[in-house]
Design a protein around this ligand. Structure first.
Ligand code: ADP
Length: 401
């Protein structure tokens, strides 16, 4: 089967055409700056990377460019779109409606629309991608894969906030969690790498990218995760503050004279590693400045690692014990320095790194704990597209039965 995975953002669409028989991506890329000046396509196929300026004033045109590219006689990898068996769409928020990936019907589209108030920045472009794809791929099954779905197994005591119960229910205020596809993928991979059944493992997965979250997984099921009602809660991120005393919001409003939108922007776009370092949201830049003696950069790194360490401790307690700790995404996969800071002095939890293996593990699947470590510590590059493909194939086969 050939499955097209689409990730439609507000001004970009990422795509990957995956061949399940060959078990590899035939082609992938991104259309960027949709609806803006200078739209361009980056396309990778047959070990060749191409970047070209394109005309993409809207998502519909953008998707058409993707189709034209995938079927192009020079750049393409298929001769006709009828070779595509199904399309998988990444959808950020499934609210409390969607517990698993779902075949897209008009009813499903309506329900995703109802989730827009919960993800006003993300669900509208996701929906746009779905609607355009339905038009451009008539008769080809379309499946929605939700970032929130993996976390639906959290118990009520973990997902409820201690606000008046009626408010939580009326406005659907609860922890939803995000990055679910990534956490699920690396947990499944960890079990495979260790040759164990996921049903016998207690796993903590750390997705550390520009956005960052950590999940406690008991026998393959998410039982708690650090992102919450929105992706702002939890870990310190590139530009997000993560956990803080909610009263700081009122204080910034009353004392610093910021309005609600300014506070929202401050906490989502100007905080985190960028806010503390004052230089960058990129860990590479911060590490090199810290090494040259920049104290605020060192502080940003210390705070980042400390927050993760606290969550690892808390989630070990919640799980009752820990078998596997996984690092993934840009920072988790590539930064031995950060992994080392997190795992330093964690013998009490049975976590001990082999520093040489840790230093050598960059963007490849590796076991970086030492022989004595009770907990296996793994680096696993995430592959959300592969997880989406696997869900799409499952659903298409079930429907075809
Ligand atoms: P997202 O998908 O959330 O935008 P990624 O998972 O691509 O983010 O991670 C991006 C981040 O990964 C960068 O901002 C940078 O901080 C970090 N990163 C990437 N490569 C390295 C590296 N070699 N060393 C340390 N950090 C890195």
């Amino acid at each position: 089967m050939k499955i097209l995975v689409l990730n439609s953002g507000s001004s970009s669409v990422k795509y990957q055409l995956f061949d399940t028989e060959k078990n590899k991506a035939l082609g992938e890329g991104i259309i960027a700056k949709i609806g803006e000046e200078g739209s361009y396509l980056e396309h990778m196929a047959n070990d060749k990377k191409t970047k070209i300026d394109v005309d993409a004033p809207n998502h519909s045109k953008g998707l058409q460019v993707i189709i034209d590219t995938l079927t192009d006689k020079d750049l393409g990898v298929i001769s006709d779109i009828s070779e595509i068996s199904a399309v998988g769409h990444r959808v950020v928020h499934g609210g409390d409606e969607f517990f698993e990936s779902t075949m897209i019907t008009d009813e499903v589209i309506k329900k995703i629309e109802e989730c827009v108030p919960l993800a006003p920045l993300h669900n509208p472009p996701n929906l746009q991608g779905i609607k355009e794809a339905k038009k451009l791929f008539p008769g080809i099954p379309q499946v929605a894969v939700f970032d929130t779905a993996f976390h639906h197994t959290m118990p009520e005591k973990a997902y409820m906030y201690a606000l008046p119960y009626e408010y939580c229910k009326k406005y659907k205020i609860r922890k939803y969690g995000f990055h679910g596809t990534s956490h699920k993928y690396v947990a499944i991979r960890a079990a495979e790498i260790l040759g164990k059944s996921i049903d016998e493992l207690r796993i903590i997965t750390c997705h550390l990218g520009n956005g960052a979250s950590i999940t406690a997984i008991d026998k393959g099921k998410s039982i708690d995760t650090s992102m919450g009602f929105t992706p702002l809660e939890g870990l310190i991120m590139g530009t997000r503050c993560g956990d803080l005393d909610p009263a700081i919001v009122f204080f910034l409003y009353r004392r610093a004279g910021l309005n609600i939108d300014e506070i929202d922007n401050l906490m989502n776009k100007k905080s985190g590693l960028l806010g503390i370092s004052g230089i960058s949201n990129d860990v590479r830049t911060i590490i090199s400045n810290a090494k040259s003696g920049n104290k605020r950069c060192q502080l940003a790194l210390d705070m980042f690692a400390y927050r993760i360490k606290k969550y690892v401790g808390a989630y070990t307690a919640v799980l009752g014990s820990l078998d596997v700790l996984v690092f993934t995404a840009g920072i988790g996969e590539n930064s031995p320095e950060i992994r080392s800071m997190i795992c330093n002095n964690m013998k009490v939890l049975g976590i001990e790194l082999d520093e040489e293996k840790n230093r050598g593990a960059k963007g490849v699947e590796s076991i970086i704990s030492n022989e004595k470590s009770k907990v296996k510590v793994l680096v696993i590059p995430t592959d959300e597209e592969k997880m989406i493909v696997s869900d799409v194939v499952k659903i298409v086969r079930e429907v075809g039965k």
